[in-house]
Design a protein around this ligand. Structure first.
Ligand code: HEC
Ligand code: HEC
Length: 208
């Protein structure tokens, strides 16, 4: 219950901030993108408590969502809504938004600049994993995981605890990987074991 109260408080603060900053702004207001009259940036303010200002998270558990591809953003939000992506919190949050509102937020976040997180990493592990990434992951996670595509978010510069958790969820099956990705994860695991995953986490963290 305490957690629920906290979420409500975070959402309420975000909304109050969104409304007051919209009123305070001198420049003409952004055109409302939704039935409720809320713009993408107003809606996005309710996410800032966890995902940071304009989607650049100060980490470590909430991923950055700035610069996400619009299509992937919409897919991720609907997967949360339907309970297909494992979630500690997003499933409940996503259910609070209409498709139209999600689209407006997708437009907003796609325009924000992604910032690689400043975080610790093990240099030896990162170097060791660069080849693993090339062999098993680069095909879909291009530019060393720096590319956000219509199918996936960022790996490079994303917060390590988040990446580590996703890999764990894929391995346990609580997040379903596409057949092709599942195959690559398995190949990697056969060859390198759990240490291979951990090394990759450091490789993505090393890109700052
Ligand atoms: C209370 C903290 C919190 C708030 C508020 C919050 N999020 Fe999240 N978000 C998370 C966490 C934690 C995750 C990782 C998945 C999980 O555990 O639910 C996440 C994951 C995501 C992802 C998936 C990222 C990826 O790489 O696939 C998206 C997209 C997202 N959130 C969008 C939003 C939007 C849009 C809002 C505002 C409407 C929002 N979040 C509000 C904590 C939060
Ligand atoms: C055949 C394409 C493909 C390959 C190869 C692939 N992935 Fe993915 N990956 C995806 C797609 C598509 C997603 C989108 C999310 C989903 O549907 O679960 C994804 C999502 C992820 C995520 C979650 C990102 C987020 O924002 O939540 C991680 C972490 C990840 N992949 C790691 C890896 C690693 C590590 C490798 C190499 C061992 C790899 N992937 C290989 C296609 C691929």
């Amino acid at each position: 219950m305490a957690q629920k109260g906290l979420i409500k408080a975070i959402l309420a603060t975000g909304l109050a901030f969104a409304v007051s900053s919209a009123i305070a702004a001198d420049k003409p207001a952004e055109k409302p993108a939704t039935l409720s009259g809320a713009t993408g940036s107003m809606l996005a303010n309710t996410c800032a408590g966890c995902h940071g200002t304009n989607g650049v998270s100060s980490g470590p558990a909430s991923p950055s969502i700035a610069g996400f591809n619009k299509e992937y953003f919409v897919v991720a939000m609907s997967e949360f809504k339907e309970g297909k992506f494992p979630s500690t919190i997003m499933s409940r949050i996503a259910k609070g938004y209409s498709d139209e509102e999600i689209k407006a937020m997708a437009e907003f976040f796609a325009k924000q600049k992604y910032v690689h997180a400043k975080q610790d990493f093990d240099k030896a592990k990162a170097e060791q994993a660069s080849k693993m990434h090339e062999k098993y992951c680069e095909k879909c996670h291009e530019d060393g995981g720096s590319a956000a595509t219509d199918e996936t978010g960022y790996l490079a510069g994303q917060w390590s605890p988040y990446i580590r958790m996703q890999l764990k969820d894929y391995m346990s099956g609580s997040r379903e990987a596409s057949k092709k990705m599942a195959k690559k994860l398995e190949e990697l695991h056969e060859k390198e074991g759990d240490a291979g995953y951990e090394a990759l986490v450091h490789y993505y963290a090393s890109q700052q």
